[in-house]
Design a protein around this ligand. Structure first.
Ligand code: GP9
Ligand code: MN
Length: 623
């Protein structure tokens, strides 16, 4: 005990240094929001507790091993924190186990990675240097006696209990509510969060083994109950029958750029006209519903009319499941199905997943001629991409369904100066400033593609579907967005910003229309089948044909937020659409959003059950 009084034990000093460093990172680098003094207190407490838990183990080691243990633990802990920080800067989210297994993606992220690393990040390693220095001098390292070891460990349990108690006070049922990873990190810290995540992943694996198929009937009943009378013979049923389908997944395109200008120039002149074309049906309140799997999640939604998972990318975690996807249905109807995307075949595990989903052919990076001149940002630029895809498209046996995934308008939205045909914005976010330039570039590439289709005589027999895959501008840029759009980005506005372009163009249709109804990516599969005049037998889709008058009354986001015709619910606040303000809380805690909350979480849960349990293996899609 004497020693403890003379020099502070190094493990305590290390816990304090590491803990305070972590707090600063949470608070100022992750930008975790704080709403009360209690939250602030927990945010300071949990990193110190976590660090203490890690470092106290050293007291049980021999004296000569303690220094190394403290050094390496500080380094490993810092690396975990740093990798999370880089990930957070890109995705505004924390890493989950499934994401970790997306190693190939990490390799492809090199073009973004340099914009994610900041010089000030060196700060993260200061405490490691101090701990390293002191360990090498054996400062504060002694051989602990049994009572000291026990006392130090008892303190650990006391600290843990305090942390858990405060966290539970702040967020009851924290561990049951898994929709928001930020809450978890805020309350228990990033390291404990990872432990929690690993246990969740183990549970996921177990779920498939446990499922026996009995669950599917309840889900089927729910889907039939929720859906109002099916109207197979709607006005537009089969209007695109026998046409080819070209589906373009437009990278990072959000509705907020449509009809907006920079220095008097329209950002997306082509899409602006296209949506009002007499052959175009434009859904102006169409929401993306993706989560961590970004583009792959949007593909999954469109192909399966199931929700992606709230963690990881289902393209990675459940590529071996059984599905009843759009390509499979179309193949049976005699279509040739293909995907065009000039990136690595393995990105988002596409090579595996496309096979599972039933695509006949995947034209990836290796089918394109990619040179220094025609590639920037993430790879082959969109204009060259469409140009080089055309000969392959011409080879398809008709009718075909072909999906194109663009790439140029991807974070960090970099374009060579001489390729830009519109000025940058001048907000405080370079990301947003550049976003408009790549948006314009992709807009031009779509225009070129359409005129090429016409020149090649492939336009008339084709139905075109243009869809934005997910947001490109994250919440991180809210202040710049607010400057650009000249309004405050409230929770309401944040959800409205999740609207992405959805335009269906059928040559010869002639009755172009704008739909104001709320719709989402989950509805794409039934909608396209409807237009093609295909009735899916015994279907199990969570989405509905977007032309149906009696549609389900909500669009659910993967984090439990949702939109109805009159309300928007997000971050525990219910906004009225007419005022754009939070609604008054009625009796007790109820708001007009309350009844939907349960239905939305039930629906997301059922979709998860299908995926985790691989339930379609028990379901007969034939009559
Ligand atoms: C990668 C491209 C972009 O192939 O689809 O993916 P994202 O980062 O948008 O999910
Ligand atoms: Mn994308």
């Amino acid at each position: 005990m004497k020693v403890w009084r003379k020099t502070p034990p190094l493990f305590v000093l290390a816990a304090l240094l590491f803990g305070i460093k972590t707090y600063i990172v949470y608070r100022f680098m992750f930008g975790i929001s704080i709403e009360s003094v209690l939250q602030e207190f927990i945010l300071i407490l949990n990193p110190i507790v976590s660090a203490y838990v890690i470092f106290v183990i050293s007291v049980w080691l021999k004296r000569n091993k303690q220094g190394n243990y403290l050094k390496y633990m500080a380094l490993i802990g810092t690396m975990i924190l740093y990798v999370n920080l880089l990930f957070y800067r890109n995705f505004t989210d924390f890493i989950t186990v499934p994401v970790l297994f997306q190693g190939n993606n990490a390799a492809d992220l090199t073009s973004s990675i340099f914009t994610l690393i900041h010089f000030s990040d060196l700060f993260l390693f200061l405490d490691v240097i101090v701990i390293w220095f002191l360990s090498n001098r054996s400062y504060g390292i002694v051989q602990y006696e049994k009572p000291q070891k026990v006392a130090a460990t008892a303190v650990m349990f006391l600290l843990l209990a305090t942390n858990v108690t405060f966290a539970e006070m702040e967020r009851p049922m924290l561990f049951v509510r898994t929709f928001d990873r930020e809450y978890l990190v805020k309350n228990i810290g990033v390291f404990n969060y990872h432990l929690y995540d690993v246990s969740m992943q183990t549970k996921t694996r177990a779920q498939r083994v446990m499922a026996d198929g009995s669950e599917i009937q309840e889900i089927k009943d729910y889907i039939s109950d929720e859906k109002n009378e099916e109207q197979a013979e709607g006005e537009l049923f089969g209007i695109a029958e026998d046409k080819n389908v070209v589906f373009v997944s437009v990278e990072s395109m959000q509705n907020f750029v449509l009809d907006e200008t920079v220095n008097g120039e329209e950002i997306t002149p082509f899409l602006n006209d296209f949506k009002k074309d007499e052959d175009t049906i434009w859904f102006e309140n169409f929401y993306h519903q993706t989560a961590q799997g970004k583009t792959s999640d949007s593909e999954f939604l469109v192909e399966n009319s199931l929700y992606p998972l709230d963690r990881g990318a289902v393209y990675f975690t459940h590529a071996q499941n059984e599905y009843h996807a759009l390509p499979e249905v179309l193949n049976k109807e005699g279509y040739t199905t293909s995907v065009f995307h000039a990136n690595n075949r393995s990105f988002w595990n596409r090579d595996m997943m496309y096979e599972t989903l039933g695509y006949d052919r995947f034209y990836s990076q290796q089918e394109y001629e990619i040179t220094d001149e025609n590639s920037f940002g993430w790879g082959l630029e969109d204009k060259a991409f469409f140009e080089q895809s055309l000969p392959y498209l011409k080879e398809q046996t008709t009718p075909f369904y072909s999906k194109f995934i663009t790439l140029t308008h991807h974070f960090p939205f970099e374009l060579p100066v001489d390729e830009a045909s519109i000025d940058k914005l001048e907000t405080n976010s370079n990301t947003l400033n550049q976003y408009v330039q790549t948006a314009r570039y992709t807009d031009e590439s779509l225009q070129e593609f359409m005129s090429r289709m016409k020149d090649e005589g492939m336009y008339e027999n084709t139905m075109f579907v243009f869809m934005g895959d997910h947001y490109g501008i994250s919440e991180f840029h809210n202040s710049a967005m607010s400057e650009f759009l000249d309004k405050e980005i409230t929770g309401y506005e944040h959800i409205q910003l999740q609207r992405v372009p959805m335009m269906i163009h059928i040559p010869g249709y002639g009755e172009g229309k704008t739909y104001e109804e709320i719709t989402g990516q989950i509805d794409m599969k039934p909608t396209m089948l409807h237009l093609l005049g295909i009735e899916e037998q015994n279907e199990l889709n969570f989405g509905e044909n977007m032309f149906d008058q009696n549609r389900k009354e909500f669009v659910a986001m993967r984090d439990g937020s949702f939109v109805t015709e009159d309300y928007i619910y997000t971050d525990s606040v219910c906004y009225a659409k007419n005022s754009e303000e939070p609604v008054e809380v009625e009796n007790g805690n109820d708001t007009p959003c309350t009844p939907w909350k349960e239905i939305v979480s039930k629906e997301l849960g059922y979709s998860d059950d299908i995926i985790y349990g691989d339930l379609f293996r028990f379901y007969d899609f034939k009559e």
